[in-house]
Design a protein around this ligand. Structure first.
Ligand SMILES: [Zn+2]
Length: 276
């Protein structure tokens, strides 16, 4: 079963607004309408058995309601094929309670987005959250590298990820976008061979801005080199749906030049083991 470890969806009533708000600064169009039904349709098309949703709390006030929805989503995942991570904001003083509640309710991890939070990832607040997540056996997915909507902002580039790996040593830390969107050389130099997992979202696909200009991405050659340098057992397939087609994302992995065994680890086995 193919597991997409990096997806997003928004409640029907706010999806259009949320997509418009995000697609403005990123200067690109989404592949689906950002709703849950849009994601389910995309999964059918791409042969995806399970999509893991990665909500982000952009203010501390949102955390409780995001996590309530995450728990409800997760409880239905056998029926829907949708699992959800939870979220915490670095200014949530109740983060210990939030994380324990998530773990007690069967949630497997949380997402943190330092660019949206405008706080460096090696800040003590994130270190405490990652440490507490590890205690609760919760995986932590972070945005990795620059963000297409926030040019030049280095809140979670590899040099700010490495201190957290060294200091906290959480075995279930996952950096999206192959560890560093638009700074892949730095990601390879600093993160390859550490314990961190990397997800493939928004790294290998050829995508375009509204203007028709191509969005920076990894060549097959470089992608395969990073996978083999880091270890295929530490790479997770992610699409970043609704922004990218899940079907095309799976094909990109299959056609990247990796062998059958490496492809199976990335599309299926690594995620399955992490979510167990
Ligand atoms: Zn994402």
């Amino acid at each position: 079963m193919i597991i997409d470890f990096h997806t997003h969806s928004f409640p029907e009533e706010i999806a259009a607004r949320a997509i418009a708000k995000l697609s403005g600064p990123s200067h690109m169009d989404p592949y689906t309408d950002g709703t849950r039904s849009g994601l389910l349709q995309s999964m059918k098309e791409g042969g995806i058995g399970l999509s893991v949703l990665m909500p982000v709390a952009t203010s501390p006030r949102q955390t409780t309601s995001i996590n309530r929805i995450a728990i409800e989503t997760n409880e239905q995942s056998d029926k829907t094929g949708l699992a959800s991570f939870g979220a915490v904001h670095p200014d949530n003083t109740d983060y210990r309670i939030q994380l324990r509640t998530l773990a007690e309710n069967g949630i497997k991890g949380i997402k943190l987005h330092p660019v949206f939070h405008q706080i460096y990832f090696d800040d003590i607040r994130y270190m405490r959250i990652v440490d507490c997540a590890a205690e609760n056996n919760l995986a932590v997915t972070i945005h990795g590298g620059y963000d297409i909507g926030f040019p030049g902002q280095d809140f979670v580039t590899p040099e700010h990820i490495l201190p957290v790996i060294k200091e906290v040593g959480h075995k279930k830390l996952i950096a999206a976008h192959m560890g560093g969107w638009s700074c892949w050389n730095e990601a390879e130099q600093l993160l390859a061979c550490t314990d961190i997992y990397l997800d493939t979202s928004f790294s290998l696909m050829e995508l375009y801005y509204h203007s028709g200009k191509r969005i920076e991405h990894l060549s097959n050659e470089k992608f395969c080199r990073i996978v083999r340098h880091h270890g295929a057992d530490k790479i997770l397939f992610g699409s970043d749906s609704p922004w990218v087609s899940q079907k095309a994302s799976v094909e990109a992995i299959r056609e990247s030049g990796l062998n059958e065994n490496e492809v199976k680890l990335i599309l299926e086995d690594n995620a399955k083991a992490l979510l167990k």
